[in-house]
Design a protein around this ligand. Structure first.
Ligand SMILES: [Zn+2]
Length: 465
């Protein structure tokens, strides 16, 4: 090669390098500085008692830089005019099971759990996470992911995969396996013959008896990635070896559960239908009561005084009741008792001003149908605007992340949804979200990804015999 050619080549390389550096800088500057303006006929800011007209939210990168009525639009911004829609902070669900497969048939589900490899369940969970996000739920608290006989932490894996941008889904705060007593609602060996699984489950599977074992279980779950601690302190509907409302932890066990979790800066959510267990759990200082079906007015008053959240999961009972014939007789009786009690409990909680955070128990019903909880809450006496707050800023407060999300305000994460019409006039508008933005990225502006067979659009066909 001649010297002149070499010089020529070197300057070529320099030019290409310079152009490349310029391009990379330009791309990163434009990604960080790209201003996107969302406009809609109305806006719910996540905290106010009324919608504002002519809502405008200005997004830069992954943050909201301004929001309000008729906010001035910066020059050069990309404007997305959503027309006759209502902007809202991304919805939140305080009670999901994103790694659990849905089916309306209890025995079919139990059998499937034995037949399906846990890795396969994890792959299926990817579709559940996507369906949940596309339905407008940008953050969920995922309260329990256990697979009998498996040490896997599928919820932790799913949360991390979503955080790393590997697969779309909501922000997840996960509880891993949950903690419960021997023979209680979380003991997945309950209802089978003794020793079928070879041994009794232990604290590493979330089954713990006595304050020390409970502390060990909390530490084990936090060690393995839990963001929140979930425990079953009373019986449940979908478990065979217990009564639905009996207490399953003693006050001393509940005190240990709350103390150990709070020392590790984790909130405590307890599955609880029974009144006595709820009272003892509230006194022990839990952060939320999940379900709460049989809670009496005095217990609700105690919740109000202590500032404990109620997460009503009305969708779970609603769905089970609609499929009641497909559950074993013992569970039918429990579901009917809980279903009959919960409506009055919820009406009382609303009247008394107990703090309520929207949570559904998705996984008991098809993932992606979470927004139906809004209409159920309104149907039982909650004002539509309060239902919207319950599924946004109240959840953020309960999760301990209100400084980052839950309202449309300067500095908050750009997790934003839009739904047609006015949700305070027709709350079912929340079920028709067609625009979803998460961390400033548009997830959906139009039809959702068709649900796969694993996420049925409609009711599951029950076996003929
Ligand atoms: Zn649940």
């Amino acid at each position: 090669m001649k010297i002149s050619q070499r010089v020529h080549c070197r300057s070529c390389v320099r030019f290409v390098l310079a152009a490349f550096v310029f391009l990379v800088c330009a791309i990163s500057i434009s990604a960080a500085d790209q201003t996107v303006v969302l406009k809609a006929a109305r806006m719910f800011d996540g905290k106010s008692k009324a919608l504002v007209q002519n809502g405008v939210v200005i997004v830069q990168g992954d943050k909201i830089v301004d929001a309000g009525s008729n906010v001035a639009i910066p020059a050069g911004a990309q404007v997305i005019d959503l027309g006759d829609m209502t902007l809202s902070p991304g919805f939140m669900d305080a009670h999901t099971h994103l790694t659990l497969d849905f089916t309306g048939n209890f025995n079919e589900k139990r059998l499937k759990e034995f037949q399906t490899n846990v890795s396969e369940m994890a792959l299926m969970a990817i579709t559940y996470a996507r369906a949940t996000l596309e339905a407008g739920f940008t953050t969920v608290r995922d309260l329990g992911s256990r697979f009998a006989g498996s040490p896997e932490f599928v919820d932790v894996a799913l949360r991390n995969a979503i955080n790393h941008g590997i697969t779309p889904g909501p922000h997840m705060l996960v509880a891993t396996k949950g903690i419960g007593a021997t023979g209680g609602h979380f003991d997945s060996t309950g209802g089978y013959r003794d020793k079928l699984f070879g041994r009794e489950p232990d604290p590493s599977e979330g089954i713990a008896d006595g304050p020390d074992e409970i502390r060990k279980a909390v530490r084990f779950e936090v060690k393995n990635g839990a963001n929140v601690i979930k425990a079953a302190v009373s019986g449940g509907v979908l478990s065979l070896a217990d009564e639905v409302d009996t207490p399953q932890f003693t006050p001393a066990e509940m005190a240990a559960l709350v103390d150990e979790s709070h020392r590790l800066r984790k909130k405590v959510a307890v599955h609880c239908h029974g009144d006595q267990a709820a009272r003892e759990a509230i006194e022990a200082g839990v952060d939320s009561i999940e379900h709460g079906s049989f809670m009496k007015p005095e217990t609700l008053q105690l919740m109000k005084t202590k500032g404990t959240y109620l997460v009503p999961t009305l969708m779970a009972t609603e769905y089970i009741m609609s499929k009641i014939d497909s559950y074993p007789l013992a569970l039918q009786a429990k579901a009917k008792a809980a279903g009959a009690a919960r409506s009055e409990m919820f009406r009382n909680a609303v009247k008394m001003g107990v703090k309520i955070a929207l949570g559904t128990d998705a996984g008991v019903f098809p993932h992606g149908d979470n927004a139906k909880e809004f209409a159920l809450m309104v149907g039982l006496g909650m004002q539509p605007i309060d239902a919207l707050r319950s599924g946004t800023s109240n959840d953020a407060d309960l999760f301990g992340i209100a400084q980052a999300v839950g309202t449309l305000e300067k500095g908050k994460r750009a997790d934003i949804v839009a739904m047609p019409g006015d949700p305070t006039a027709d709350i079912t508008a929340t079920e028709r979200v067609s625009f979803v933005m998460k961390e400033g990225k548009i997830i959906r502006n139009g039809p959702a990804t068709p649900r796969t067979a694993a996420v049925p659009d409609d009711d599951v066909d029950l076996p003929a015999d």
